[in-house]
Design a protein. Structure first.
Length: 52
């Protein structure tokens, strides 16, 4: 998924997505584009919520 699709999927803003990336959300770069995996997003969010 691209950045906009990822924001829509999680229900957050671009700025909030940047914070998640800074905290370790993994993505793949294709040229200047960032691509996210639903599996990775779900895993990260599960771990992120667990840490809080």
């Amino acid at each position: 998924m691209n950045v906009q699709e990822t924001c829509d999927y999680i229900g957050i803003s671009y700025k909030s997505l940047q914070k998640l990336i800074d905290q370790g959300l993994k993505f793949n770069s294709i040229g200047r584009s960032k691509r996210f995996s639903k599996t990775e997003i779900n895993h990260f969010l599960k771990m992120y919520k667990h840490k809080k």
